[in-house]
Design a protein around this ligand. Structure first.
Ligand SMILES: Cc1ncc(COP(=O)(O)O)c(C=O)c1O
Ligand SMILES: [Zn+2]
Length: 443
């Protein structure tokens, strides 16, 4: 880290989190990552545990020396790689030997051709796919982002991993820390679903419930970072956020590779902070730049629950500014009332010709059950939101049923049983004999 950058950071009060870890002489090996750049003003910074531009406070993101050259050779190299996200290591902020380090190695989840669901929604056979990220080690897409943040934490010398979470991230951090030998201490709203709480606690790290909603939890974590109590802590979605976000690019890479190195025409993605949606777009853009897929238009659609729909409301009103909301929805994993990447989501959905839409809690439950009975995939409330929005947009004509559409399922229904429990259950309770079985009308 240069003295110049350190001086500027100190002036803005950001230095404490950088000096605590990376020394001036230490070199940081994060593979092809060449630095950080501000999304707003383009100012460049060296790699480090910083997340906001000291000139304009814009969010920082990782920039790369991408392996431009023969796309065929790169494609072959990727295809010969492991069946996890590290097959894309040349495009990620990780050292080249990342696959040898203790990590949960998430990714390479199934892309399911959902013909039964397509039939139910009036989509042409062979055109609808579900990217089923419930198949990750802790059953959500969060394992992808945590895997990146963990490598950054290692590179910067952190020994404690932390996060503010709506549930899934806390479990993913706890598990990754356990595997990699880090201490973990994660923060969640105190009233989350039991499945999320147990999944976050079982890995043995510290789990702290905060009396408040996610936005309160996030605010508290930002305070903790600036305090000596948080010294030496890597908050995956705060001071490691630029690296964390890059993990979601692997969803874009996998979808295209699994489609035969082809861009989908339409892709539907849930929104909480909006990070995942923006990074999927970044991943698609990189594949085009590298010549790994043919350049053609694609549309990105964002999904929210009506009870927490700040981005959808702004999209429909034609606003560039996202006005915060107080969340009230069963889709607790998406309950971020003040989404950090909201304005970028609006830009992407507008630029690509997509949309942001929302659905009611009842529509979320219906969509969870629809996916379960048509494809045998049990999704959590976030997936119900995404499919519910996809259904609504197909019905309105915004999503073209004759084009290739991917719906991203980001989590597992076992963590949100309460959402469907009141409307699902046994068909009958019978005595253990055939007469009783016949009486129940099941023969
Ligand atoms: C299951 C699930 N899907 C989607 C999201 C949205 O992620 P993002 O904050 O990147 O928009 C979350 C966030 O917690 C989640 O848990
Ligand atoms: Zn800036």
């Amino acid at each position: 880290m240069t003295t110049f950058v350190m001086r500027k950071m100190r002036r803005k009060g950001l230095a404490s989190m950088a000096v605590q870890t990376v020394s001036a002489t230490q070199t940081v090996d994060l593979g092809p990552a060449s630095g950080l750049s501000c999304r707003e003003c383009g100012e460049q910074f060296p790699l480090g545990p910083i997340f906001a531009c000291e000139l304009c406070f814009g969010p920082l993101e990782v920039s790369y020396d991408l392996p431009l050259g023969d796309p065929e050779a790169l494609r072959k190299r990727i295809e010969a790689g492991p069946d996890n996200i590290w097959r894309y290591a040349p495009l990620l902020p990780v050292p080249a030997d990342v696959a040898q380090k203790p990590n949960l190695n998430p990714g390479w989840t199934k892309l399911v051709q959902a013909d039964n669901l397509a039939g139910a929604l009036g989509v042409e056979p062979g055109k609808l796919f579900v990217k089923d990220d419930s198949g990750n080690p802790t059953h959500s897409f969060k394992d992808r982002v945590v895997a990146q943040a963990l490598e950054a934490a290692r590179a910067f010398g952190f020994t404690t991993l932390s996060c503010s979470s709506t549930g899934n991230l806390a479990g993913a951090v706890g598990a990754a820390a356990a595997r990699a030998g880090f201490r973990s201490c994660v923060f969640i709203p105190h009233d989350l679903e039991q499945g999320k709480v147990v999944m976050a606690a079982v890995y043995g790290g510290e789990l702290v419930g905060i009396e408040g909603n996610y936005d309160d939890v996030n605010r508290f974590c930002s305070e903790l970072i600036g305090d000596p109590a948080g010294e030496g802590w890597g908050f995956v979605n705060v001071n490691l956020r630029p690296y964390y976000g890059e993990g979601s690019k692997t969803l874009a890479y996998e979808i295209c590779e699994q489609l035969g190195w082809r861009l989908p025409d339409q892709i539907v993605i849930p929104i909480a902070s909006g990070s995942q949606l923006t990074k999927i777009d970044k991943g698609l853009q990189e594949l085009i730049k590298l010549g790994l897929v043919e350049d053609k238009p694609y549309k990105i659609f964002g999904a929210q629950a009506e009870g927490c729909s700040p981005v959808s409301v702004a999209f429909k009103a034609g606003h560039d500014v996202v006005r915060p909301q107080k969340p009230d929805t069963i889709a607790k994993s998406l309950a971020i009332g003040n989404p950090a990447d909201g304005p970028y989501v609006l830009d992407i959905c507008r630029r690509t010709g997509g949309a942001v839409e929302d659905v009611t809690d009842e529509q979320i439950v219906d969509a969870i059950k629809l996916l379960a009975r048509t494809e045998g995939i049990f999704t959590e409330t976030a997936g119900g939101t995404t499919l519910g929005v996809a259904k609504k947009l197909i019905e309105s004509g915004a999503i073209d049923p004759s084009l290739t559409t991917v719906v991203v399922n980001t989590g597992d229904g076992l963590k949100t049983l309460d959402a469907v429990a009141p409307t699902t259950g046994m068909t009958a309770v019978i005595r253990p004999n055939l007469d009783s079985f016949r009486e129940a009308g099941l023969a």
